[in-house]
Design a protein around this ligand. Structure first.
Ligand code: GDP
Ligand code: MN
Length: 381
């Protein structure tokens, strides 16, 4: 789960990381009221989960109520790279002297945590990495050792920040590491981490991704969840406990096993089609699971055909066939189904499906043929 900037800053504040005082606003009136409470100048910031808001005009400085009103009016409803602004964060403006970059994330290939720090913050870190990789000081941290203060000091020294900023940055990085570890985040990023004209170091932006499986340890995450802009199909799938990822094509996909589901997405692409989703129904493929899967896929108006790709293993094909037949009778289908059934007891399973074939339930004997049939029916190749 990704947090909005204002939620990320609230999360940072729990760990003692300094952030500017501010408040959220969903209307122009609320924005002005927040600004009056905070005191001018303020910054009006679009709350969308996409970077580059500044460049897109989603971050504006306001010196008074009239300017706050003007900027809030312009930013609310703005489309920033496909994200519509529904909420603003109004915060006390900072006087920036320098902009740094700081983050922690997991380096899977090294099996260690990776910390990155740069004196060249405020812009895309990918751009810094491309232009001047030496401008990013990296540290790999063994989770058993953690990040100790002396190690943190050495790391900060490599980044060549203003000497007056060093103590504040070290303090924030130690807290940010705790936030990342104890807060069960998979990414914490501050860009920019600012050094102000008053000599203070503070987080001016916040990007936090939480590691979803840790939810049972964090009561406080419940307040974040409701606001996350989840795809309606994904929300429904989550409610039903399905492994579902929404995509933007028109071929609905159901497969048993993540590997087969990925291969199914690939083969649909390969024969010229576009998958509407990834959906792994796991090992058991009884009618209830298939009903849930078909319900979620049928809730997507873009779906023109549903490709059910099953390889029976421990779950035998006749059980799956029974599940498919029962599920098609229980769900109000809006698109025809193409089945590919193979594996343990395939001939028994296929015989059962054959007895129920119609223009709503079709079958092909191979994965390739079924993909081609499904894509053709969806209006593709
Ligand atoms: P992003 O564009 O989505 O990454 O949004 P940020 O929150 O990082 O803001 C982008 C840029 O706006 C920052 O790098 C700053 O240069 C500028 N900015 C944001 N807040 C302030 C502020 O309080 N004062 C000043 N002077 N500039 C700000
Ligand atoms: Mn930023």
């Amino acid at each position: 789960m990704d947090l909005f900037e204002y939620q990320g800053k609230q999360y940072f504040a729990r760990y003692g990381i300094p952030v500017s005082p501010g408040g959220v606003a969903d209307t122009v009136e609320e924005a002005v009221a927040q600004a009056e409470k905070i005191g001018y100048p303020v910054v009006v910031k679009a709350q969308v989960q996409v970077g580059g808001r500044g460049k897109a005009g989603g971050i504006k400085l306001a010196e008074n109520a009239a300017e706050t009103r003007q900027h809030a009016t312009a930013i609310l409803g703005m489309n920033i790279r496909g994200h519509i602004v529904k909420r603003l964060w109004i915060e006390k403006a900072s006087t920036i002297q320098e902009e740094y970059y700081a983050s922690f994330t997991l380096d899977r290939s090294k099996k260690l945590h990776l910390g990155m720090l740069s004196a060249r913050g405020g812009m895309d870190i990918e751009q810094v990495a491309a232009e001047d990789p030496n401008a990013i000081a990296k540290i790999w941290i063994n989770p058993v050792d953690g990040l100790t203060e002396p190690v943190c000091r050495d790391w900060v020294a490599q980044a060549k920040l203003s000497p007056q900023a060093v103590a504040g940055v070290v303090d924030i990085l130690l807290k940010l590491y705790r936030c990342y570890i104890e807060g069960d985040a998979s990414l914490v990023e501050i860009n920019p981490l600012i050094f102000t004209q008053e000599g203070i170091v503070r987080a001016l932006d916040a990007k936090v991704s939480l590691d979803d499986p840790a939810i049972s340890r964090h009561e406080e995450w419940k307040t974040f969840e409701g606001l996350a802009p989840t795809d309606e199909r994904e929300r429904l799938a989550k409610e039903k406990g399905l492994q579902y990822v929404g995509l933007d094509g028109n071929v609905g996909i159901i497969a048993n096993g993540a590997g087969l589901a990925m291969s199914t997405v690939d083969i649909v692409h390969q024969v010229g089609g576009k998958p509407a989703n990834f959906l792994d129904i796991g090992g058991g493929a009884d009618a209830d699971v298939l009903v849930d899967a078909l319900t979620v896929i049928s809730s997507d108006p873009a779906v023109k055909v549903i490709f059910i790709n099953i390889f029976g293993g421990i779950t035998r094909c006749e059980e799956v066939a029974k599940g498919i037949i029962e599920a098609t009778q229980r769900v109000q289908l809006k698109a025809p189904i193409v089945v590919r059934l193979d594996g343990t007891n395939a001939s028994e399973g296929r015989a059962m499906i054959t007895a129920h074939l119609s223009d709503q339930l079709m079958m092909q004997s191979t994965m390739l043929a079924a993909a081609q049939k499904a894509v053709a029916m969806a209006g593709g190749k």
